[in-house]
Design a protein around this ligand. Structure first.
Ligand SMILES: Nc1ncnc2c1ncn2[C@@H]1O[C@H](COP(=O)(O)OP(=O)(O)O)[C@@H](O)[C@H]1O
Ligand SMILES: [Mg+2]
Length: 308
């Protein structure tokens, strides 16, 4: 069983344009890895190369240390993919799409039909199996794509912006299935620009911009490294006239006196909050609302992009 997919110095040129610039990362079995980056970062190109759709210009792709040919049949049987744009035939029904896919994977007709029906049912398409695919909604098409990706029970799942443009319910169903897939010990590699989604799903995050990797780590590691301070947001009654009193706290802060709000940035919010309370008391200011939160992945992402 393959445990480590590693990419080393992967570079891709489209003519003279460098879309990927010597990126290296590895993906461990049983993890959800998220590739995050703005449009044009090179996310889709990365997935296309690993899944054998595009040739690389240079660099290595290794499975447990062995050179991998991304176009080989052995590798194709190990992964499923939900591409950025649908790979189903719009004039075929969902069931026919599944049967067609199954043939490509060399599945027996009987096994394929059973599994196809069970997957289509699981994804709420039981009453659509004979409808032409072009008549499905966007969410239904995406669920068909996922059913097709899972048909041959792959160990690896590649998802390119799987929830972009989906309604809340479809997106939630998809995320739930991704988490179940992980529980089965399988490996998921997904691209997204949805930070909340990445924060919920991903064990490891790779931040990519203009073909270069800027940071790698769990959401927690990235938070500690790039934005360790939590925000203490307060709304006050009797907002202190002399706001220089906040300086004695030795914390960064922002004030919005018109809205009666002050925000402190603290790496030790529990202790600092006590001191903040003392100072406010001495000014006869009262806390009406208080909100303490760690930096969001979106803030961390923007900071990392900004630093580069
Ligand atoms: N087939 C192609 N020919 C030329 N340029 C391409 C091709 N595919 C992608 N690119 C360029 O490579 C860069 C990365 O694209 P892509 O991997 O699709 O980014 P992302 O998925 O992160 O939005 C973009 O600037 C894009 O225009
Ligand atoms: Mg893309």
């Amino acid at each position: 069983m393959v445990k480590l997919l590693s990419i080393s110095n992967l570079t891709k040129y489209f003519d003279s344009f460098k879309a990927l610039d010597a990126i290296s990362f590895s993906v461990k079995k049983g993890k959800i890895v998220g590739l995050l980056g703005p449009n044009g970062a090179g996310k889709t190109t990365t997935i296309r190369i690993i899944t054998g759709v595009l040739p690389r210009t240079s660099g290595e792709i290794l499975l447990d240390g062995q050179d991998l040919d991304p176009t080989s049949k052995e590798w194709k049987l190990q992964f499923g993919i939900v591409p950025e744009t649908t790979n189903s035939y719009l004039d075929y029904s969902p069931l026919k799409n599944m049967m067609f896919s199954g043939r490509l994977y060399g599945l027996s007709k009987h096994y394929c039909k059973e599994r196809a029906l069970s997957l289509l049912k699981e994804f709420g398409l039981a009453d659509k199996i004979h409808l032409v695919t072009k008549k499905l909604s966007k969410g239904q098409k995406q669920r068909l794509n996922l059913s097709m990706a899972l048909l041959h029970d792959p160990q690896y799942l590649f998802l390119d912006e799987p929830t972009t443009g989906l309604d809340v319910n479809s997106a939630q169903l998809l995320r739930k299935r991704i988490q179940e897939f992980k529980k089965e010990g399988k490996t998921i590699f997904l691209t997204t620009h949805n930070m909340l989604e990445a924060n919920i799903l991903c064990d490891e995050i790779i931040i990519l911009n203009k073909g270069k990797i800027l940071a790698v780590g769990s959401p927690e590691t990235l938070r500690k490294k790039f934005m360790p301070a939590s925000k203490i947001e307060l709304e006050l009654r009797n907002f202190p006239e002399n706001t220089s009193i906040f300086q004695q706290l030795n914390l960064d802060y922002q004030i919005k006196p018109v809205e009666n709000k002050v925000t402190f940035f603290s790496t030790n919010p529990a202790e600092d909050f006590v001191q903040i309370q003392d100072i406010l008391k001495s000014q006869a200011a009262q806390i009406m609302q208080c909100h303490i939160s760690p930096a969001s992945l979106e803030e961390i992402f923007l900071k990392i992009l900004g630093e580069n």
